[in-house]
Design a protein around this ligand. Structure first.
Ligand code: AMP
Length: 226
């Protein structure tokens, strides 16, 4: 099962991707997490991406396409994957389409998570992230079990540098200008499915399951009951 999660920063793509991976046994591929790991390890890619990431700009398409090609050739992702944060531009989507043709695979569904902009700002400023495993929390809606610590035992949570006022505004503007057109792109391909991203995390996930269960059955992936 191959999926894309589309939606503005702070819509809950990462949190819902975790649920999807747990229930369907597929892998989450977050370009943001991959880039952050490269920045932390000071790799060549990390050094090239760091400044754009800090200010909330997009990392150049060529670098991202390179990252995705490496990932797709290194792993086989037998049960499938969900992309979280990729593609973010029409050019990335077109390159990904070409890759799929080359490896004779098809994309099953694009989940579009919709959340109003004022709510996104509220969510992002209250977001705390584990710098080790990438899991994110919300101080009020989805707090960690112990104050300031990752539930998975990694250590202290941090506020991402780009989860602050200036970078948040940049990221939202860039989403509207460069990423939002992908909704139209995938609607034309009859792959886009819209999800109301407001409200309770479990209710949002129930909408997602309703869309994914029939696809998972076709792939013979175990469908757990919630
Ligand atoms: P995210 O964790 O998805 O919010 O991504 C954090 C930052 O990484 C973004 O603000 C961009 O600077 C960069 N980034 C992640 N994915 C992409 C992508 N597909 N294209 C360009 N830049 C990206």
């Amino acid at each position: 099962m191959k999926l894309i999660f589309l939606g503005p920063p702070g819509a809950g793509k990462g949190t819902q991707s975790e649920n999807i991976c747990r229930d369907y046994g597929i892998v989450q591929l977050s370009t943001g997490d991959l880039l952050r790991a490269n920045v932390a390890q000071k790799t060549e890619l990390g050094l090239q991406a760091a400044e754009s990431m800090r200010t909330g700009q997009l990392v150049p398409d060529d670098l991202i396409i390179e990252v995705i090609k490496n990932e797709m050739t290194r792993h086989r992702y037998q049960k499938g994957y969900v992309f979280d944060g990729f593609p973010r531009t029409v050019r990335q989507a077109e390159e990904y389409d070409r890759m799929l043709v080359q490896i004779k695979q098809k994309l099953d569904c694009v989940l579009v998570l919709e959340v109003p902009e004022d709510e996104l700002v509220r969510r992002l400023t209250a977001r705390r992230t584990c710098p080790v495993c990438g899991k994110s929390y919300h101080l009020i809606y989805n707090p960690p079990k112990a104050d300031g610590l990752c539930d998975l035992g990694c250590g202290e949570l941090v506020q991402r540098l780009d989860d602050t006022e200036g970078p948040i505004q940049n990221r939202l503007r860039i989403y509207n200008n460069q990423t939002k057109p992908l909704i139209e792109y995938y609607t034309k391909k009859k792959l886009a499915r819209r999800i109301d991203g407001m409200g309770d995390i479990h209710e949002i996930y129930a909408q997602i399951k309703e869309i994914l269960d029939p696809i998972a059955v076709a792939y013979d992936l175990v469908v757990s009951i919630i």
